[in-house]
Design a binder for this molecule. Structure first.
Ligand code: ADP
Length: 454
């Protein structure tokens, strides 16, 4: 059993007693898998058509709290149900869980069966449809960086996350000796994901003690976001099975480099790479230049979708490979956008702003929306930048705090036109709530700073 599964193949596996459980899931606002575990017989008989979940699942925070201020759902409206509609094209085995397969769902209104506009899969589908209407298919890849820590999630939580010990004691960027020590996690991760039909390219060590990266081959945007979500989930579960914890918190320590999720993007017309023009500068077509001009110009508008928490903004530090400027460059890792595959059919733009905590559906949707605006308005791509862009005071900064990103999101005419007020208002509330929660908290830093000295 490997790769995606057809419905008939699932029936055969159930008949042979090889599969007994179906995870019926969807990505929530934070990009986590939410859903239910079905007995395979119930799934084959009825749940494949639809099942239901509480509509609070698209309006909670990381702690599953139920903040007020969402129009879509509230105590007043009684927290009713959504329909979870399995997308049977996503049926696949999850080989790291015994006897288990999974399917991704779309979220529909309980009464009208219309797609729920703020559900992350729908937010992305809407932008892909806008690109497809122009005959263009966005092809995307999202890199997954994370830290491995000693001890399971439970063990670390019970100790109050102090001290946190990285698995490995030194910078392991491209390091084979150190990464061999992680193979009890990384090898099953690569192989199980591959068997689940996710085209894993490689894993590698990253530029900090305990830090690793998983790369998956680019795919159409929806498949890419599904791959990312399942891979992130698998990384946590497989680390846990091996007595470690895998954390996608972007910045776990102020003195350590943070974790990113760089997003690679190109547009295709059928089998033709529409970003490529062999006669153009860098091999980047005029269409590609316009699209990239939009992505770069509107980066402040959608920074929230790349950096959705207070902690996300701690990553943006000079000298750490995390960018602070919305400019582009050719193969220069200090810029927010880096042109890769220069002069080849694989020419693409890498957005380096996103943290490892981004929701890939929302991040990709925002990048596509901004790029399409660049095409619509015939925007001109500025000249590429060079050198250490951390030190370039003329280059525009991305929002440096969640509070600022919430404001640029709220005021984004581009995103309101592309995604609709409903979606932008929903996620602005999400950003505001996260900030409100943080603002209430007295931090360890404040106590240590002021207890005696203030
Ligand atoms: P680097 O190591 O320089 O960041 P890689 O060659 O590892 O770059 O590629 C990074 C990601 O870019 C991979 O996941 C790859 O699948 C993806 N990629 C390659 N070609 C394209 C393309 N034309 N469009 C979008 N993504 C692509």
């Amino acid at each position: 059993m490997s790769g995606k599964l057809s419905f008939d193949a699932l029936r055969e596996l159930a008949d042979r007693g090889e599969i007994d459980t179906v995870l019926v899931c969807f990505p929530d606002m934070q990009g986590r898998l939410m859903g239910k575990r079905f007995h395979v017989r119930n799934f084959l008989d009825s749940a494949w058509e639809e099942t239901h979940c509480c509509n609070y699942l698209l309006a909670t925070d990381l702690e599953m709290a139920t903040p007020d201020g969402y129009r879509a759902t509230s105590w007043e409206s009684g927290y009713g149900d959504y329909v979870m509609k399995p997308d049977l094209t996503t049926l696949r085995p999850l080989p790291w869980l015994e006897g288990t397969v999974m399917v991704m769902c779309d979220i529909l209104d309980h009464h009208s069966h219309e797609p729920v506009p703020h559900s992350p899969r729908q937010v992305l589908k809407a932008q892909v449809a806008r690109a497809e209407a122009l005959g263009l298919t966005p092809m995307m890849a999202t890199e997954l960086e994370f830290f491995l820590f000693e001890g399971t999630f439970d063990e670390n939580r019970k100790r109050g996350y102090r001290p946190l010990a990285t698995f490995g004691g030194y910078n392991e960027d491209y390091h084979i000796l150190q990464t061999t020590r992680e193979e009890h996690v990384m090898r099953p991760l690569r192989n199980h994901l591959f068997a689940a039909g996710i085209p894993v390219e490689n894993t590698k060590g990253e530029a900090e003690a305990g830090q690793g990266e998983l790369n998956i081959r680019y795919a159409d945007a929806l498949a890419c976001a599904d791959h990312h979500t399942i891979a992130k989930h698998a990384t946590k579960e497989i680390a846990q099975q091996n007595g470690l914890s895998a954390s996608f918190l972007p910045k776990w320590h102020q003195n350590r480099v943070g974790s990113a999720s760089h997003v690679h993007l190109s547009l295709w017309r059928g089998d033709d790479p529409a970003f490529h023009d062999k006669d153009a500068e860098h091999g980047l077509s005029e269409l590609g230049r316009r699209f990239c001009a939009g992505m770069i110009a509107y980066a402040p508008d959608y920074t929230f979708f790349l950096a959705p928490y207070v902690n996300s903004y701690k990553r943006f530090m000079k000298g750490t490979f995390a960018p602070t400027k919305t400019v582009w460059s050719v193969d220069n890792r200090t810029a927010g956008f880096r042109l890769c595959g220069e002069g080849t059919k694989a020419v693409r733009m890498e957005c380096r702003i996103g943290g490892s905590d981004l929701n890939p559906y929302l991040a990709q949707a925002a990048l596509i929306a901004a790029g399409l605006k660049g095409i619509e308005d015939g925007m001109e791509l500025a000249a590429s930048t060079r050198g250490d862009l951390y030190e370039d005071s003329s280059a525009r900064e991305i929002p440096r705090h969640l509070r600022d990103a919430a404001e640029t999101l709220r005021n984004s005419t581009m995103l309101r036109e592309a995604m609709g007020d409903w979606v932008v208002d929903h996620y602005t509330r999400c950003a505001e709530w996260e900030q409100e929660e943080f603002d209430r908290v007295v931090t360890d830093w404040e106590i240590a700073r002021g207890f005696e000295k203030a």
